[in-house]
Structures are given as structure tokens and as C-alpha cells.
Ligand binder design. Structure first.
Ligand SMILES: C[S@@+](CC[C@H](N)C(=O)[O-])C[C@H]1O[C@@H](n2cnc3c(N)ncnc32)[C@H](O)[C@@H]1O
Length: 372
């Protein structure tokens, strides 16, 4: 039994069973042993999963282009004339992982788009000190542009900025609930001897925030159907709206609209774990050593964004978004510049992951919000 498991068992012994939400929060974010708080490698070949930013630098390069266009819209100066003005482009990245996306955006701004680094402020809000350490290491060449911040701190001086959250909302702890014989039940974790064991408990008195969330699903659920409720995503939308005076929010994650998310394909919900590049549903195993994640309900995000003065500009598949930003032209240029080296072939094959059917980009969606 590992230390985190022991800690969870002791907590249940000394008080009461915990909700799955509390369990997931400890498994991922316990300050000592939680998955994201340990120094174990998570993202990349020796980790448990890849993210788009760690698949190819083309991802960050295309987002850099997007950020520059958004900046030109925020300050109302045409792209071609930006060089004549000294307005600062502020990017706030939430949950920056290894720091690869920040690196690729800043690198592209300077080397490809000729946008001076001195005119960029890149703020990172990262919950995990272990991930912050990785980011600081990789981003050392851009240290004058970057600051690690808490969103809370920015509330008093909202910014004109672009906020980016790539594969972050899926890692927020969620409540799992199900309909059972016309009752609503929530998943809890108890102990059986020295073993953790899940059980469903009727929700006797519905918390207001869960009731409000459910009202927005507008979906007919069938008996025993399990769904996830991501209340932290809702709180987060308010938080980001509070720090944004004017600007854009780019949310990229796997997930869908309610119709697809709650189809019978996902009858048991979308909760899954990643361990050494394999998925499994055994969240009570490898606690603190494997990722736990769920699909994002983008319909809910759009509805609650509205309440926070964030207007939906677009919602699309990641593949379509990247193609719109010039992914195929980029690929074409790579072939023209270097048609035959192994290095170039490898880079091109990595890019193909973004648009081959059934690949990563089929499941990923991009939601762009705007605050005026
Ligand atoms: C799945 S990783 C994605 C990393 C990165 N965005 C990328 O593209 O590779 C999730 C990241 O979000 C961070 N994170 C999770 N919850 C967070 C929160 N509430 N605020 C800030 N960072 C968070 C994690 O520590 C981790 O760095």
C-alpha cells in the first residue's frame, strides 16, 4: 500500500466515507503525494500520456499566430501595423505542464512572426510546484517574459489578455453521479478492512450548485446512467472572467456537447486513468502514480461562460481549428524545405497525428470565448 492510499484510508477511518470528488482531489492534488504534485514524469514518452503541445511544436507555433491575431483585435490595430506600436501582448496560460506550449509560442513569436519578446508578457498559473519547476527549467531562455502568478492576484487589476487552457479542465476533480430507480446517487469511497471500495449513495439533499448544473444539461438520462459533474470548471470560468478586462479565452480539451457525451457509448461515464500510456478504469490502483481524467462538457462551459460575460466565438474539432490556423501549409513548407531527412520525416509524421481520422484531434475540441 502506498503512502497516499494509507492517508486516504486513515481519513475515512477517522471520519466518514469520502465522495469521489474528494478522492480524485487527493489522488491528483495532495500536496505531498498527489499525482500532479510528485516529480514523477507524466507527459511524454517516459510518462503516462502525451498532450498536443508535446506531440509537435507545430501546435504551439499555430497558437502563436492565433494569439497575435487576437492581440491585434484586442488593441484594434491591424496585424501589419503592430510593429509600429508598443502595446504589450499578455498571454495567461493555465496549467502549463512541461512548459512546452509556452516555449513554442514564445519561440515562434520571436523567430517566425518577428514579434519582439520585449512586447510580450507571458503569465503562467500552475497549481503544482513540481510542474512549475519543470516549466522554469525549460523556459529559462524566456525568463524575462514569464511570471508565475495566481489568478486571484490579478482580480484587482483585470488584464487585456489571451487566456489559454490546454488539457487542463479534464484534470479537474469531478463528482460522479447516476440515476438509479428514479433517485440520484453520488459515488463515494469507503473502506472494507484495509481496502478502498466504491459505493453509490442517494443524494438526500441536493447541493444547490449540483442542482443548478443539472438544470443546464437538458438531457434525458436513463436508469443507471453515470455522468460526471465538473463544478470546478464552472468556478474556473468565473475566475478567468474576473481577471479578464477584455480579450479571448482558448480552451482545448477532449470532450463534446451533451448529446454525444451522454450517448449510450458513455453509459458508465467518461472517467478513465492513464498509466504508462495505457488507459484503465481502476482508479483505486496506483493512487498518486496515474492520471485520472474525464471528458469536458463543452455545452455546459458555453452556457456558464455566458453567465460570466464570456461570449462563445467558436467551437470546433481541434483538427479543423489547426487546419484553419494553417497546419497543412506548414506541413507543405516543411516538405519543400527538407523533403528527405529523417528529422523532417519524423516531424511531419508527428503533425499527422493532429488530423488523421480517429486520431487525437478527433476527440479534442476547441472553444474560443471572447470578453468585450
Ligand atoms: C494534463 S496537464 C496539461 C499540460 C499542458 N497544458 C500541456 O499542454 O501539455 C494538466 C496541467 O494542469 C495543471 N493544473 C491542474 N489543475 C490546475 C489548476 N486548477 N490550476 C492551474 N493548473 C492546474 C497540472 O498541474 C498540469 O500542469
Amino acid at each position: 500500500m502506498n503512502k497516499l492510499q494509507e492517508q486516504i484510508i486513515n481519513q475515512i477511518k477517522s471520519s466518514a466515507p469520502i465522495s469521489f470528488y474528494e478522492f480524485m482531489k487527493m489522488a491528483l492534488y495532495d500536496k505531498e503525494f498527489g499525482y500532479y504534485f510528485t516529480s514523477k514524469e507524466k507527459i511524454g514518452r517516459s510518462g503516462d500520456f502525451y498532450t498536443s503541445s508535446n506531440i509537435s511544436s507545430a501546435f504551439g507555433a499555430l497558437l502563436a499566430k492565433e494569439c497575435l491575431e487576437m492581440h491585434s483585435k484586442i488593441i484594434n490595430i491591424p496585424l501589419g501595423k503592430l510593429h509600429k506600436f508598443n502595446n504589450i501582448l499578455t498571454i495567461i496560460e493555465v496549467g502549463a505542464g512541461t512548459g512546452q506550449l509556452a516555449f513554442d509560442i514564445l519561440y515562434t513569436m520571436e523567430k517566425e512572426l518577428n514579434f519582439p519578446l520585449a512586447k510580450i508578457k507571458y503569465l503562467i498559473q500552475e497549481i503544482s510546484p513540481a510542474m512549475q519547476a519543470l516549466q522554469k527549467n525549460l523556459l529559462a531562455p524566456f525568463s524575462s517574459q514569464i511570471e508565475w502568478i495566481e489568478l486571484e492576484e490579478l482580480k484587482n487589476s483585470p488584464k487585456e489578455a489571451i487566456i489559454i487552457a490546454n488539457e487542463v479542465i479534464d484534470s479537474f476533480p469531478i463528482h460522479q453521479i447516476r440515476w438509479y430507480k428514479k433517485e440520484l446517487q453520488e459515488l463515494y469511497i469507503d473502506i472494507d478492512g484495509e481496502k478502498l471500495t466504491p459505493f453509490w449513495q442517494n443524494i438526500e439533499k441536493m447541493p444547490k450548485n449540483i442542482a443548478f448544473y443539472l438544470e443546464h444539461l437538458s438531457f434525458e438520462f436513463v436508469d443507471k446512467q453515470v455522468i460526471e459533474i465538473n463544478l470546478e470548471a464552472i468556478d474556473w470560468l468565473k475566475q478567468i472572467s474576473d481577471v479578464l478586462k477584455k480579450g479571448f479565452v482558448i480552451i482545448i480539451d477532449y470532450g463534446d456537447l451533451s448529446d454525444h457525451l451522454y450517448s449510450l457509448d458513455h453509459f458508465e461515464g467518461t472517467l478513465r486513468c492513464f498509466f504508462q500510456h495505457m488507459t484503465n478504469s481502476n482508479y483505486l490502483e496506483n493512487i498518486g502514480s496515474q492520471d485520472i481524467t474525464t471528458d469536458v462538457n463543452f455545452e455546459i462551459l458555453m452556457k456558464f461562460a455566458q453567465y460570466n460575460k464570456l461570449e462563445t466565438l467558436s467551437f470546433m474539432r481541434q483538427a479543423d481549428y489547426l487546419i484553419k490556423l494553417g497546419l497543412l501549409d506548414r506541413l507543405q513548407k516543411m516538405i519543400e524545405l527538407d523533403p528527405s531527412s529523417f528529422q523532417s520525416l519524423k516531424a511531419r509524421l508527428a503533425i499527422k497525428n493532429f488530423f488523421i481520422p480517429g486520431g487525437i484531434s478527433d476527440h479534442f475540441k476547441v472553444l474560443i470565448l471572447k470578453k468585450i
